[in-house]
Design a protein around this ligand. Structure first.
Ligand code: ASP
Length: 348
């Protein structure tokens, strides 16, 4: 019987097996991850001492309705194939016009009794960004921030210069009276009266707030935006985290989109929004793990209060906060608006 040399049998067999293994590995690598929603959206309307006892039935209903309408406003844009940037801007414009939230109309007052507004927006495609700080005459600070991004070579403009830029760009102007609501003014007077009291820091009249939105569109692009009146009784042109890219707002298609709310000084010092993205990028952790680690692992031990809403690159929403409540909500393609106010341990 003719005998083949061993190598003439073994070599082709080994080659065939390795081709098979390579094909299997390739197929495994090609297996797509479970599909995320076609588009998604998450919002916040500020975090703080929000307890059931602080809101009567009507107020709670008003907040829930405003959050649901804000989500629907963005959802309609994303459903029609609009961009995440357009959705973020439209949602925040709606929330800035609502007297319920500390942004645009209904903003808190400075120590001098004025409204000074901060906002920022970021494009996850290329990390383009725009921001305004301390504006007084722009009806929609988020739109002014978008104009800074789209129509100027800068990232952040402040004070009278930012107001002048927005006016020159045709961004809608508003009289200072537009921003003032009676409820917020009364709260300002009470906060002023208590300013020297030791209980002042914890009193509901000192509560801050902010609005924010993160979105992922049908093309998979992320965007984030944040807008605020800042902190009650702020002075000396104080600027919080909301207009600071990386602190209150961040978007990068490779990792996540984040909008923050809380005690801005801590969010600036901890570079909160970017830190969450950096943990994902450098450590490969999930958005939930990254947000938990920054809010609960870093901020809480420092005595800093607040939270974030965020989306990962597949559009999964995460909402993390260390306060009693955070006005918040999410919406994905084909779903209904999900709205919550109180903490996770208190069923809404
Ligand atoms: N972060 C805002 C600020 O410090 C306030 C807030 O979100 O409550 O200006």
């Amino acid at each position: 019987m003719r005998r083949f040399p061993r190598s003439r049998i073994l070599v082709p067999a080994v080659l065939a097996l390795s081709c098979l293994a390579a094909a299997c590995a390739e197929r495994r690598a090609e297996t797509p991850p479970p599909p995320g929603p076609a588009w998604s959206l998450a919002i916040h309307g500020g975090a703080g001492t929000i307890r059931r006892v602080d809101l009567d039935g009507q107020q709670e209903q008003d907040y829930r309705a405003a959050l649901a309408t804000a989500l629907q406003t963005g959802g309609d844009i994303l459903e029609a194939g609009g961009s995440s940037l357009d959705a973020v801007e439209a949602v925040i414009r709606f929330m800035e016009d609502s007297p319920l939230f500390n942004a645009g109309r209904g903003a808190v007052f400075t120590a001098e009794g004025a409204n000074e507004l901060d906002a920022s927006i970021m494009d996850g495609r290329d990390r383009d960004a725009g921001a305004v700080a301390g504006v007084r005459t722009v009806r929609h600070p988020i739109t002014a921030a978008r104009r800074v991004m789209d129509a100027s070579p800068h990232v952040m403009l402040s004070g009278a210069g930012a107001d002048a830029f927005a006016a020159a760009q045709g961004v809608e102007q508003a009289d200072p009276a537009w921003f003032r609501t009676e409820a917020r003014w009364q709260s300002h007077l009470r906060a002023k009266a208590r300013a020297d009291s030791t209980a002042a820091a914890d009193h509901p009249d000192r509560k801050h707030g902010t609005v924010g939105c993160v979105a992922r569109d049908r093309d998979g692009h992320l965007a984030a935006g944040t807008s605020t009146g800042g902190m009650t009784l702020k002075r000396w042109g104080r600027v919080g985290d909301a207009p600071i890219i990386g602190a209150g707002t961040w978007a990068d298609d490779r990792t996540c989109a984040v909008s923050a709310t809380g005690h801005g000084e801590y969010f600036i010092r901890n570079v909160v929004a970017y830190d969450i993205a950096a943990l994902m990028e450098y450590r490969g952790v999930s958005l939930q793990a990254a947000a938990d680690s920054v809010i609960h692992g870093k901020l809480t031990p420092q005595g800093a209060t607040g939270g974030v809403v965020a989306l990962d690159r597949d559009g999964r929403a995460v909402m993390v906060f260390n306060t009693e409540g955070m006005y918040r909500g999410s919406l994905t393609a084909g779903g209904a608006p999900q709205v919550s106010i109180y903490g996770p341990d208190l069923p809404d």
